[in-house]
Ligand binder design. Structure first.
Ligand SMILES: CCCCCCC/C=C/C(=O)SCCNC(=O)CCNC(=O)[C@H](O)C(C)(C)COP(=O)(O)OP(=O)(O)OC[C@H]1O[C@@H](n2cnc3c(N)ncnc32)[C@H](O)[C@@H]1OP(=O)(O)O
Ligand SMILES: NC(=O)C1=CN([C@@H]2O[C@H](COP(=O)(O)OP(=O)(O)OC[C@H]3O[C@@H](n4cnc5c(N)ncnc54)[C@H](OP(=O)(O)O)[C@@H]3O)[C@@H](O)[C@H]2O)C=CC1
Length: 293
């Protein structure tokens, strides 16, 4: 009889770390994995938000621990992974979901502001993955999913974030190769525009711009948190046992501009021009207050 790899208790007995598990997409991933039998270790900087998700999971019959840590702090990340191992005894998977940025044109980003975004979206993810690997997965195997973004390299106002995400894609590919012999798979999920609490971080001036965003997506709408979570669950699951070093886009077919590809490029360029026009009226091309060279 055929046995599907998808079962209600797909992650029973496994421990999964979710950074940024206290809000938005991370919270949704945590709920999805808990419903499939995983124990969760939730990581973030805000104890209150983490505690609330921990309680929600407990109320639904699951089990989660919460851990306050700034993933940019190397010593804190080392201690965090040791603490989680002490608490749960094993770490089967890591979802490097914590991240974010602020909107600013390249010419208006200070070195400190650039570094803050690279530290959050690249170095923090590297530190988490390295410590999970060194302290546990090198010996026991595991799966890692890095949250990147589909707009690396092509979104005005997101140049710092794009650079960090492109770096994370490179890290994903290298880690997949270096750690394969240890039974560790490493993949990335690249969301497009997702309606999540993350959007609340953008200033009120961005509201008009946000309203125009769905028109720049071929699917004609924002994605939702559950659609991103499903991609993460797939990549962590045995169904993806031979998938490593890949980037799975969850972006409603948002085209990437690739010059020299005839009709494909033409269609992508039309979408790209629409996306840039969506920024009309938003002061992206002025030097922001935070950085006056
Ligand atoms: C409107 C349409 C947008 C559509 C795009 C949708 C696609 C992407 C969506 C998402 O990613 S949603 C997730 C959003 N969530 C977040 O962004 C939350 C996490 N973000 C942050 O924590 C910050 O943005 C951060 C910069 C990554 C880290 O913040 P942190 O609080 O740790 O840094 P600070 O110490 O406060 O700042 C350091 C440095 O950074 C510069 N800076 C920070 N914020 C701004 C800002 N709003 N504008 C300009 N510059 C900023 C600044 O140089 C800071 O230095 P000082 O000013 O303190 O000297
Ligand atoms: N929503 C979207 O359209 C898209 C989102 N993404 C990415 O998906 C991920 C989740 O985004 P979303 O849920 O929308 O946004 P949220 O802002 O809700 O989530 C970001 C999470 O990251 C955590 N975090 C940020 N910095 C740190 C840090 N230094 N150390 C520890 N935790 C940190 C925050 O926790 P705390 O506040 O407790 O520190 C928060 O829970 C992010 O990486 C985001 O950039 C990518 C493309 C599109």
């Amino acid at each position: 009889m055929y046995q599907s790899v998808f079962r209600p208790a797909l992650f029973a007995g496994q421990v999964v770390v979710v950074t940024g598990g206290g809000s938005g997409i991370g919270r949704c991933i945590a709920h999805e994995l808990a419903a499939l039998g995983a124990q969760l270790a939730l990581v973030g900087r805000n104890a209150e938000k983490l505690g609330a998700v921990q309680q929600e999971i407990a109320r639904a019959g699951g089990l989660a621990s919460s851990h306050v840590c700034d993933i940019r702090d190397e010593a804190a990340v080392k201690a965090l992974v040791a603490e989680m191992l002490g608490r749960h005894g094993r770490l089967d998977a890591l979802v490097n979901n914590a991240g974010g940025q602020y909107l600013a044109p390249l010419a208006g980003i200070s070195a400190k502001g650039w570094q803050a975004v690279l530290d959050t979206n690249l170095t923090g993810g590297f530190l988490m993955a390295r410590e999970c690997f060194v302290q546990h997965m090198a010996e026991h195997g595991g799966a890692i999913v890095n949250m990147v973004a589909d707009m690396w390299g092509s979104m005005p106002g997101m140049g710092h974030s794009g650079a960090a995400r492109a770096g994370m894609v490179s890290f994903t590919e290298t880690a997949a190769v270096e750690w394969a012999a240890h039974g560790v798979r490493v993949n990335a999920v690249a969301p497009g525009y997702i309606a999540s609490s993350g959007m609340d971080h953008y200033p009120p001036e961005a509201a008009a711009m946000l309203r125009k965003m769905p028109a720049t997506v071929p699917a004609g709408r924002f994605g939702n948190e559950a659609e991103v979570s499903a991609a993460v669950v797939f990549l962590l699951s045995p169904a993806a046992g031979f998938v490593s070093g890949s980037v799975l886009r969850v972006d409603g077919a948002r085209p990437q501009v690739r010059p020299g590809m005839g009709p494909v490029a033409a269609s992508a360029e039309v979408q790209q021009r629409r996306a840039v026009r969506a920024f009309d009226g938003f002061p992206l091309y002025q030097t922001p207050k935070v950085f006056q060279p």
